[in-house]
Design a protein around this ligand. Sequence first.
Ligand code: PAF
Length: 281
Amino acid sequence: MKIIDSISRMSVLIKILKKEGKSIGFVPTMGYLHEGHLSLVRTAKKHTDVVAMSIFVNPIQFDRREDLEKYPRDFKHDEGLARDAGVDIIFYPSVKDMYPDGYSTYVNVEGLTDYLCGSSRPGHFKGVTTVVAKLFGIVKPDIAYFGQKDAQQAIVIKRMATDLNMDIEIKILPIIREKDGLAMSSRNINLSEPERKDAAVLFQALKKAEALVKEGERDAKKIIRQMEAMIKGKETAKIDYISIVDTKDLKPMSTVLSEALVALAVFFGKTRLIDNIIVKA
Ligand code: PAF
């Protein structure tokens, strides 16, 4: 496994791989790897000749300074897991290399970013799409892999790739969960013991929404109210949002018709977790 810590060296390596006719699978991450990331790598290995993973905690996608500072980092831990999963290249650039003095270009997907995390974390998606566009420009992947846990991010990145004719296939893979249903996330490590216990309620609330829809409930407000009651029952939880939205344009739905994305963001102490489920009426 190669570890490349500069854009210029990465570009040289990618040029060589392209000349050799190798297809490139790409898994962008902010590190502190878990099974969710590794499942993306394993799938990428089945589809492409070379799997590249970026590890870069992107400062411009954090809306709270404290969140950026507390974001877990452990390169040695990541290196071991990436090697075992079969990553061929880790791209590990510095902030200075990615955003040198004078940096002034940003990518912004409109509309889709007005809802959910887009409205509660101003500027977040502009930071995400900017860094992903830059990473795509450097790594030049054939296929890029993202997790469904960040459902809005996945939809926004697909839109960007289409709108900017990036000629990269975007694959979205299922959420990987802990035994109690908590979606795997690098942020879970920041939860205290009581917060970690309480956080299991997120999946329970999403499953409740799914069950209500199955039983015939179509009123989004009523479904959200029941989810709220469950989450508010946990001492360490503070709801940021619970929304039921269209799976394509992410617009809030008042009535659940055919398919809907039930998405939520909840703080447990200072740690903000997101999760979602797709329900079918
Ligand atoms: O999902 C993430 O870890 C990040 O948002 C991403 C896509 C690596 C961009 O920084």
